[in-house]
Design a protein around this ligand. Structure first.
Ligand SMILES: *Cc1c(COP(=O)(O)O)cnc(C)c1O
Length: 404
């Protein structure tokens, strides 16, 4: 017996019916991406010996080398770094930025203000003297999505930066095709590298964006809910070499890095990732449908193309927002008894309330929801390893906000 009301269960049925074509298209993408991953595992002859743990320097770790070749093949790049020792997405992006930018160079973001945690990395706000790009004499410029940035693309621009996902913003995610078009334009008109924050985008489409460097977190899409920590950078041979010098030390690079038993998780997670992403996308489409039906603003709509995992539901009311997040927490497999409250999270400007009842701390390929406590009181929802768990959570959240 369900503790959901009859009306809620009827709405869920209606949603599944209306979403049949959307679900089918997501399955098709998952099939194609799984084939890509399968081909890469086969081409690299993955076997059980690759799961062995290295220690110390980690020289000649075949599992680490094979993992990086697989990522490069699947993402269509020449090389990659895939490391459990990268703490999060911000760390991975920071490695990329500091690898490519030198004093006097300019970083040009062509997708508006980057993700909140990067503001202190770039030096847009926060303390002086902490070692931000600005402290090292790197200049910063930005243009908004869709704006002509040709007048900003002078000889000092070393990195053109693109954020694929909407992040905590009210903006659409960008398609791989659109990003690849920007890359071609930049390459035709300058010597700048194109770097993409690919967080939340991996495996949502049949292609990944073409760029000199794409970067992401393993506790999001490509970790498949199995990798317990880590990040990746994938790109050209030359760029990945520079990143490897920043990851460890110049001259040392990617030849070191003990895997301490994490390779199996990272590879199993990558194998699972296309399927996990499909579950998350279906959960997002399902929530878009039911919350729109209940009269809330949602983005994207249930039948819109998706280029990242994020679904927003705008509640226009701080109390409803808190109820929404609390209901997601209540529906989580871990810490269901905890009541989330807003807090000042390091790296974020406004106080944030989050539901994160996940097996891996902070994982957002598992169902999670977060919201900065500011107008218009929008919840950012992402992930879910199973559509079933996602649906039940969403329906609980729907009942929680419509009761108020
Ligand atoms: C998650 C994310 C990041 C990095 O955040 P971490 O919490 O450090 O992993 C950067 N950009 C976008 C768009 C993201 O979604």
């Amino acid at each position: 017996m369900s503790n959901l009301s009859q009306n809620t269960l009827l709405l869920a049925k209606e949603a599944d019916k209306a979403l049949a074509d959307v679900y089918a298209k997501i399955d098709e993408t998952a099939l194609k991406n799984t084939e890509k991953v399968m081909n890469a595992f086969r081409a690299n002859r993955v076997s059980e010996n690759h799961f062995a743990a290295s220690t110390g320097y980690g020289y000649n770790d075949p599992g680490r080398e094979v993992t990086e070749k697989i990522y490069a093949q699947v993402f269509g790049t020449e090389a990659a770094l895939v490391r459990h020792s990268i703490a999060n997405g911000t760390h991975a992006l920071t490695i990329g930025l500091f690898a490519l930018l030198r004093p006097g160079d300019t970083l040009l973001s062509v997708t508006g203000k980057p993700y909140d945690t990067l503001e202190e990395v770039i030096g847009l706000q926060g303390e002086k003297g902490v070692g931000s790009l600005s402290d090292f004499g790197v200049n910063y410029r930005q243009s908004e999505i869709g704006d002509d940035f040709s007048h900003l693309l002078d000889d000092t621009v070393k990195v053109v930066y693109i954020q694929r996902s909407r992040g905590y913003g009210q903006r659409p995610a960008l398609s791989p095709e659109y990003i690849s078009e920007i890359t071609r334009y930049v390459h035709a008109h300058s010597k700048a590298y194109v770097m993409v924050d690919n967080c939340y985008g991996e495996f949502t489409c049949e292609k990944e964006p073409e760029a000199d460097l794409i970067v992401g977190s393993l506790i999001k899409n490509p970790g498949g809910g199995i990798a317990v920590t880590g990040g990746y950078l994938a790109g050209t041979e030359k760029v990945i070499e520079l990143c490897s010098y920043r990851l460890t030390a110049p001259g040392v690079g990617g030849e070191v890095g003990a895997t301490i038993g994490q390779t199996r998780n990272i590879l199993l997670g990558f194998w699972m990732a296309p399927h996990a992403v499909a579950q998350a996308l279906k959960t997002a489409a399902f929530s878009a449908y039911v919350f729109e039906k209940a009269g809330f603003d949602v983005s994207p709509k249930f039948n819109e193309e998706r280029y990242d995992l994020i679904q927003t539901v705008t509640l226009h009311d701080p109390a409803k927002l808190e109820s929404f997040i609390q209901a997601i927490q209540y529906s989580s497999p871990v810490d269901s008894f905890v009541t989330p409250v807003p807090w000042a999270m390091p790296g974020y400007t406004d106080s944030v309330i989050m539901a994160a009842g996940t097996f891996t701390g902070g994982s957002t390929i598992e169902l999670s929801a977060d919201a900065p406590m500011r107008e218009p009181y929008t919840a950012f929802l992402q992930g879910s390893l199973t559509l079933e768990g996602g649906k039940l959570s969403i329906l609980n959240a729907l009942e929680a906000v419509t009761k108020k």
